[in-house]
Design a protein around this ligand. Structure first.
Ligand SMILES: [Ca+2]
Length: 402
């Protein structure tokens, strides 16, 4: 599914954006224009062009962000996945850290031959060492503890930096995030900006914006977290984000060439296996699986490795930069490209997301399938974006992960 980003006004898709006199943010709808999206609404078209339309950004943005991340997260190199020239480690090095499952080392075919997922080609052989993986997506309860102990403020809670949006009126630099908002009437499925609204005040504690809260959602996956937020949590937890290869290998659960993470039948024995979308998208979610938005983690059966929600519920950040396609040939513990490039939105540094969300369905977005790929701007979360963590075996005894 193509997703808007916090920083991206979607100007390229929308054509030249139209200036809206008076910055009528509070009264603007989202279905009237693709330009009515993201921070463009609250910041302005000049700033938008500086990020999305300046070709020079395409060659500078990714390294800049990489440096910023390295600066903000010193020592991140020690969190990288292990890579051993020896045979992949099959057996766990010790007892499982709380909430984690051992993913035995092995070789699998990474990618997808689905004709709609050309960025997941070529299918290629990947060999991985064993590693630990969180059984569930990081929950609101877990993220609350992280915030309570560290005082961390997510990117969505911070005012956008004026340096990123030169010329923007200060009153428009307001914290917020993207919230799925079903349109009133039928819209084109080619216009995802029709169902995404930039909501001031939306953040992980307020998933639908001011007035919403986490009551009863303590065990739902945390959302509105961007890649930088996920990295901050992972470091606090003594863990790291999974590489994209690790994520896909773990999602497949030991199965080979299956359509879903649980097999080839969508509803074996009539049981729902994934929190996704039922009914006409994006206006009529019948929620036959029981959940119109996020579901408590583990509401559906685990895959072969004991992991839950490796399809649907929320997108999950991976460590890798996003570029369409893979290098050909076999790989050992790949860590992705050195920089980002999304031809659809050049100049917007993006990391890989995996697993799809509660918005996916076979009628619109099948990117909850195990070989499918997603992507997101590093500073953009949304109401369907979360993550889970991984841990290298050699790190298991270097400190007790939270
Ligand atoms: Ca659902």
């Amino acid at each position: 599914m193509s997703k808007p980003s916090r920083r991206n006004p979607s100007a390229r898709r929308a054509g030249p954006p139209r200036r809206r006199p008076g910055w009528l943010w509070p009264t603007l709808g989202v279905a009237t224009s693709l330009a009515a999206m993201g921070l463009y609404l609250v910041i302005g078209p000049g700033a938008a062009r500086s990020r999305a339309s300046d070709p020079s950004r395409a060659v500078t943005a990714a390294p800049v962000v990489h440096e910023v991340v390295a600066e903000n997260h010193p020592g991140s190199a020690t969190d990288e996945p292990s890579s051993s020239p020896e045979s992949p480690s099959k057996n766990p090095p010790g007892p499982a850290p709380e909430g984690m499952a051992w993913i035995p080392g092995g070789t699998f075919l990474m990618g997808s031959t689905d004709g709609t997922m050309r960025d997941a080609l070529p299918v290629h052989e990947v060999t991985l060492d064993g590693f630990w993986m969180d059984r569930t997506e990081v929950t609101n309860r877990q993220f609350e503890r992280f915030v309570r102990e560290t005082g961390y403020r997510t990117v969505a809670e911070r005012p956008p930096d004026p340096k990123d949006f030169p010329g923007a009126p200060p009153e428009n630099l307001v914290p917020g995030s993207l919230v799925f908002t079903p349109p009133v009437g039928k819209v084109s499925l080619d216009e995802p900006y029709s169902w995404w609204r930039y909501v001031p005040g939306a953040d992980w504690k307020h998933p639908e914006g001011p007035g919403s809260d986490l009551a009863g959602r303590e065990d739902h996956p945390v959302v509105h977290v961007c890649w930088d937020d996920a990295i901050a949590f992972a470091r606090w937890a003594g863990k790291r984000l999974p590489t994209e290869a690790e994520w896909e290998y773990a999602a497949r659960g030991g199965l080979e060439g299956k359509r879903y993470v649980w097999g080839d039948e969508f509803r074996p024995e009539g049981r729902w296996r994934v929190n996704n979308w039922q009914g006409p998208f994006p206006i009529g979610n019948t929620a036959e699986d029981g959940y119109p938005r996020t579901a408590p983690v583990g509401s559906f059966p685990p895959n072969g490795f004991g992991l839950v929600d490796m399809a649907g519920n929320v997108w999950e950040w991976c460590a890798d930069w996003y570029r369409p396609g893979y290098p050909s040939g076999p790989r050992k513990d790949p860590r992705g490209p050195d920089s980002s490039d999304d031809p659809n939105e050049p100049g917007i540094p993006k990391r890989v997301q995996r697993g799809g969300s509660f918005l996916c369905s076979d009628l619109y977005c099948t990117r909850y399938l195990p070989g499918a790929r997603g992507k997101g701007a590093t500073d953009s979360g949304a109401s369907h974006t979360g993550f889970r963590c991984a841990l290298s075996p050699r790190r298991t005894h270097e400190g007790r992960p939270r």
